[in-house]
Ligand binder design. Structure first.
Ligand SMILES: Cc1cc2nc3c(=O)[nH]c(=O)nc-3n(C[C@H](O)[C@H](O)[C@H](O)COP(=O)(O)OP(=O)(O)OC[C@H]3O[C@@H](n4cnc5c(N)ncnc54)[C@H](O)[C@@H]3O)c2cc1C
Length: 448
């Protein structure tokens, strides 16, 4: 018997038409929607879950990093607006400029917030511009900013198909409780993180993978006692820390970090390898396996680890931590050397840390009317692993939104949008599109 069935062709009600349709309300999609709207385009933002934020909120990935190049803050724009606004409502914490130093004192003060440069070598990793935030703070501020911008948001809408006219995308179909719905647009921004839209439209892609994580939060933690133990009894700490990490089975050096909520920490673990983030079987397995490991570790740390005696699991992130799945093959594919050598491109439109993102890496090869922003952009697997943090995804989203608005407002193709104009408008919005390379950049002048 065949393992395939044929579905009857169906109809979908057209529920919205706008200049720009953004699919995916994570960091990249949020930024794209606000940026496009600020350029005067009408914008519809589609999200499958009942909130905005993607992995930042639903995945409870609670530190914004990769924002600096030495002392220079390189990811500004909407990311910085989000930080400032969350800080005003006590939903975000960062080290003041005067305390961003590579001293033991500052490291002891800020490292447990995750605000250090984890890529730096040396004895003391420097404290840098990075921000620890609360997931509901993110949802609240994104709602406010989206409302202020006048974006039409459609939650609970799961993108399933692309509406095509030859190689041009004209709209998207979503599955909803009300049935299939069509949302039509001049330009579509794919910000799904897994390349759902570009893939459905026929874009070439590679299938990458990276470890999966069920991020979780613990309450009832005495973080000061836990930190004192780490610093004042390093040998005893090392033994217990090793045992805890063995139980959880894969984590970064610091497996817990503070959040703006007193007594609440987030744990960026366990790491589970060899699983595919778009496979139903693998993602189900990760959820079951992750929870088992979490509760085993919590039992151990409650009994043994100073500061954790009264801890309890508040929640396991509603969204599984998926770092990499399908990656676009765009007009240019960014390589690991490009990222690590800080290669600057003539068509740079966004930046993270000290690396640069060319406009071509957001344009799906052979397709019209669609631009891609976020962790599924056109990069090799190893390049993406080094350039997928939340701030650079937001920077990419902001530039994609601006480019989409220019194309829609003027009725031109995305490839005809002048890069200098995208950069000028991103700058006017407060962002840094990376058009002015830093002193440590390697200048790439070839066109492709
Ligand atoms: C465990 C883990 C730890 C990490 N740690 C850090 C860290 O410490 N700091 C940091 O800066 N970054 C970190 N990252 C990376 C960062 O979280 C992601 O790379 C970033 O969130 C990507 O943003 P995005 O908008 O491209 O994608 P996502 O955040 O994945 O957002 C995609 C959005 O699209 C929606 N969507 C997807 N498919 C559909 C569909 N078919 N229909 C409708 N909507 C859809 C999703 O629901 C989601 O809202 C971490 C990632 C993970 C998984």
């Amino acid at each position: 018997m065949s393992d395939r069935i044929t579905e009857a062709p169906g109809e979908a009600k057209v529920v919205a038409r706008s200049d720009v349709v953004v699919v995916g309300g994570g960091p990249a999609g949020f930024a794209a929607a606000v940026a496009a709207r600020r350029e005067g385009a009408s914008v519809t933002l589609i999200e499958r879950y009942p909130y905005l934020g993607g992995l930042a909120a639903g995945g409870m990935v609670l530190v914004l990093d990769d924002m600096h190049n030495g002392d220079e803050i390189t990811t500004t724009g909407l990311c910085m607006e989000m930080i400032d606004r969350m800080a005003k409502v006590e939903a975000c914490v960062y080290a003041p400029a005067a305390e961003r130093l590579a001293t033991v004192e500052m490291h002891r003060k800020w490292a447990s917030w995750g605000l250090f440069d984890f890529r730096a070598g040396g004895k003391v990793q420097p404290i840098v511009m990075a921000a620890a935030f609360d997931p509901d703070g993110w949802k609240r501020i994104s709602n406010e900013m989206i409302e202020e911008a006048g974006v039409d948001v459609r939650l609970h809408s799961w993108f399933s198909r692309a509406v095509m006219d030859g190689n041009r995308i004209k709209g998207v179909i979503c599955e909803t409780k009300e049935g299939r719905q069509a949302i039509m647009g001049e330009v579509i921004v794919d910000a799904t993180g897994d390349l759902d839209v570009a893939c459905a439209a026929g874009s070439p892609f590679t299938h990458g993978s990276y470890m999966l994580t069920t991020v979780f939060r613990l309450g009832g933690v005495d973080a000061d006692t836990a930190e004192r133990f780490r610093w004042e009894e390093p040998e005893k700490f090392a033994v217990l820390d090793r045992q805890a990490k063995k139980i959880i089975g894969g984590s970064w050096d610091r497996w817990w970090l503070r959040t703006p909520l007193p007594g609440v920490v987030w744990c960026n673990c366990p790491h589970m390898v060899g699983l595919d983030g778009i496979s139903v079987a693998d993602t189900t397995k990760a959820d079951f396996e992750g929870r088992k490991r979490i509760y085993a570790m919590v039992e151990f740390i409650r009994a043994n680890m100073p500061g954790f005696a009264a801890c309890y699991v508040i929640d396991v992130a509603p969204q599984l931590g998926i770092r990499q799945t399908r990656l676009l093959i765009g007009d240019y594919v960014v390589t690991k050397d490009d990222v690590m050598d800080r290669v600057w491109f003539p068509d740079t439109v966004a930046r993270g840390r000290d690396y640069y993102t060319p406009y071509r890496s957001m344009l799906p090869k052979g397709l019209e009317g669609i631009i891609v922003a976020g962790r599924h952009y056109s990069a090799t697997e190893s390049a993406q692993k080094n350039s997928r943090e939340i701030p650079p995804c937001m920077a990419m989203g902001q530039s994609a939104g601006v480019a989409a608005a220019i194309a829609a407002n003027r009725g031109i193709g995305l490839r005809a949008v002048p890069v200098a104009e995208i950069c000028a408008k991103v700058r006017a919005q407060g962002g840094d599109p990376g058009d002015r390379p830093s002193a440590n950049a390697k200048i790439m002048d070839r066109a492709a």
